[in-house]
Design a protein around this ligand. Sequence first.
Ligand SMILES: Cc1ncc(COP(=O)(O)O)c(C=O)c1O
Length: 417
Amino acid sequence: MEQNKQPQAGFSTRIISRKFAKPDAHGAITLPIYKNAAFEFPDSESIAAAFQYRYELHTYTRISNPTVAGFEDKVKVASGAENVVALASGMAAIANTFMTIAYAGCNVVASPHLFGNTFAFFKSTLAEFGVETRFVNTDKLDEVAAAVDQNTCAFFCEILTNPHLEVANLPEIAKIMREKHVPVVIDATVIPWCGFDARACGIDLEVVSTTKYISGGATTMGGVIVDYGTFDWRHSRKLAKAPQPKGMSQFMFKLKSEIARNMGACITPDTAYMQALGMESLQLRYEKMSDTAYRLAQHLTRQKKIVTVGYPKLETSAYKKLSDQLFTGNPGAMLTVALESKEACYKLMDNLQIIRRATNLFDNKSLAIHPESTIYGTFSQEMKRVIGVQPELIRFSAGLESFEDLANDIDSALSKV
Ligand SMILES: Cc1ncc(COP(=O)(O)O)c(C=O)c1O
């Protein structure tokens, strides 16, 4: 196979020039969509072999599929990971990861500043299976270290918290976890691989909602689990004895051979096709959106009716130094503004003409949402306090429209507040 001829090639080149694992019979230039459920074999021996964990052979689309494998392969070359599994959504990626690692009686050490469903997954869903989540302040490394004990199965946080825009000192946290033999798992949804080098920071596993940047304009739902192959799973109470086939960690073996197929949250081949296409323009969109977000953040800082602007690259951000260090100068398309009141937020949002009032992030269209009343709307006051969501906050996701149009749209809406 002529797969890896360009190890030094640039990010987009690696993704775009990646060849299929097997040449297409018709020479299709884009990986075709294999929509079928099952794959046939010439004889009983070969179908039996395929079922004995021969991962390059496809038997049934819930377990693996050529189009899905093509998408996973693009993520692999983009991230430099050892193995990648694509699933139906970002939440499926998170749930499958922790179903693989966690066990009754263990604990997860995590930041409480999480996307709403992720927080609820730890606080309620996993808790009901006997998994404790110890929420810590990731700014306080002593607190993070002190929360770990012999039952800690993982450390978890978001690469840039949503919507708080905090950056954990991942290299330092990874050092602590390495000493304590605990895997570092991050949700890297908001900073894709062209903006962050997970391996250099000591990250073992990433979960990503590919619904966001990767899908190429919110075309489809998806998620990936990215395994850098760096953690020694002999330290895991649950996975220490799992088989470790060549080129695959015990974590990946358990995930592929049991958890993912039993949970059944497979990504469809149509979706994998869309997302593989999205990967090809990822860097271009990410850089343009990051640039627009930064310019908008600078512009909004000068507006009197805005109390604060959140963007990690601004001098006013407490996380600027870490963001510059970790995110190659591009901390993405998410920015926030705080106004005087929730009513002012609603007024601004209701007067936007170009920016859409919608949840989601990193669509080609710019989006605005009031997180407290929507994403966290059903949460109790206590949960909102733990997560730290302010009613005076609007979250924006900068899209691909021109900066001037977006700035004018917000200015005009602000004039009505
Ligand atoms: C940081 C983060 N992680 C995970 C998710 C969940 O992803 P999905 O909606 O694809 O399940 C989201 C969704 O907004 C998110 O923002």
